[in-house]
Structures are given as structure tokens and as C-alpha cells.
Design a protein around this ligand. Sequence first.
Ligand SMILES: C[S@@+](CC[C@H](N)C(=O)[O-])C[C@H]1O[C@@H](n2cnc3c(N)ncnc32)[C@H](O)[C@@H]1O
Length: 276
Amino acid sequence: MLNLSLPIIFAVISLVMLSMQRKRQKMGRKIRNEIQTTLSASLEARAIYLYNCYTSISSKKIEHDKYLDVGCGYGVNSSIFGRDFKDVVCLDLSAKNLEECRRRISSKSNKILSLVRGDAQSLPFKRESFDLVSAFSLIEHVPDKREMLKELLRVLKEDGELVLQFPNKYFFMELHTGLPAYFLIPSFIKPWFLRKIGYEGLLEINIPTIREIKKLIEDLGVSGEIKKTKVIYPIETIPRGLRWIYTILKRLKVLNLVPLGWMVCIKKSKEQKGTA
Ligand SMILES: C[S@@+](CC[C@H](N)C(=O)[O-])C[C@H]1O[C@@H](n2cnc3c(N)ncnc32)[C@H](O)[C@@H]1O
């Protein structure tokens, strides 16, 4: 009797666990889809918002000749930031994203637009080629952040500006997936936990803190002007289901203490070239 009931109990427990996991994955997929849909529907609003953040910390004294957007994705930010530049270069690792970038912005633009497939950690450009270099939502995806920053600063002209935007590691929610309090999960159980709930893609994302970014830049010998601002996206860029809580957090000024992300602007000065 015992011989027969044990396998049955195991089978029932496994089935229950499997169905619970499927439900969790389904819910996760729903949240992830909602985040993705809202994000792609509001790319332009996000780009305009980011541009306003940039102008609030930029020295506004740069030449408007050549602009490079690294990790350009679909190129929506590139077209907004590149509006006043003669020459716009969009670089991405993904050929598919570059194709979408070409489709979206080349028809609107009458300036020189170059699409380059390449890696942010090893840029195919001569030193001091660009007046403005940007990387939006990229650094968290790149394994060697020091090398990426070194490259971005190498191709930046003296007196040019580098603008970086990345998520806040300590925000209440992981922004790609909607996972709450993600930063509190101890690193030793993260791989197991993320695989279990079907989010193993998150293992490739490593969000730096603002302090780490500043330290990396200073270690590269660029101790000139480093300015930062909080990124608190407009409501239309937030998935509908989360807008009510976002409004409350915004009204209570909680988002000023814990913003969704950061933007950093580095002015490469003439005197302090360092290794860059
Ligand atoms: C989250 S998307 C951000 C896209 C765009 N910058 C934006 O803010 O909408 C990250 C982009 O970086 C690209 N990417 C990831 N790793 C890269 C690398 N090492 N070098 C260049 N591009 C990279 C991806 O293909 C993707 O298009």
C-alpha cells in the first residue's frame, strides 16, 4: 500500500508545484508584456523627457557637429538628441534594432545618419570624434562597464559631453519585469530564484549605482565636471496598472527620494584628459 501511495503523493505535489509555477510565470509574462507595450508606445515621450533632463544639467556650450548614440535601440532618443546636430551616428550590437532604427528615423531626418553595428566596449571610431556621446539604458547591459566608459570618453572631443542614463538600482521595482524589491534578493540565491520564476534574462543585467559610475569616471582621470539629475518619468510612460501608485508616490515626493533612474552628464575638459 505504502509502495503505491508514495509515488502518487509525489506526483500530486509535483503537479501542484508545476501549475503554481506556470501561474506565476503567466502573471509575470503579463506584467512584462504591459511594461514592454507601454514603453514602446511612449518612446517619444520618454525621449523628450530625457532631453529635458539633459538640458537641465548640460553646460549648453558644446559644438553641434557630430553626435554618437551608443546602444541606440530603435533610435528614438537619437533622433530627439540629434535634432540640432549635422551628423548623427547610431551604434548598436543588434542588427535587428538597427534595422528598426533605420525604418523609424531615416525617413524623418534629412541629416547625415550613419548606422553602425558595434560593441560599446570597443568602438570603431578615432579618438575625439564626437561633440556629444550618449548611452541610454545601456550600461546595465554591458559586462565591462569600465571599458565601455573608457571607450565613450576616448571618442568624445575635448569640451564635449557624455550623457548616461540608467535605472536606479534601489528603486522599489525592477523596471524590466515589475519584480518588487528586487535589490533585496541576496545574490547567492538570485540565479536559482530567477530561473525558478522564468526571469533568468535578468542575470545579464547589472545595474551600477551612481557612486560606482562616478568612481569609474574619476578613475579614468576625468575628474572635471560631473553633473547628475534624477529620472522620474512622466505618467504616460508608466504601465496603466501601476499609474495609481505612481501618482501617489509622486504626490508624496517619494520619487524624489527614490527616483526611477539617474542621468549623468560629464564634460570632458581640456586639462584633464587622463586615460580617456
Ligand atoms: C534597453 S535597450 C536601450 C535602447 C535605447 N538606448 C533606449 O534607451 O531606448 C539596450 C540597447 O543596447 C544594445 N546593446 C546591448 N549591449 C550592447 C553593447 N555591448 N554594445 C552596443 N549596444 C549594446 C541592445 O541591443 C539594445 O538595443
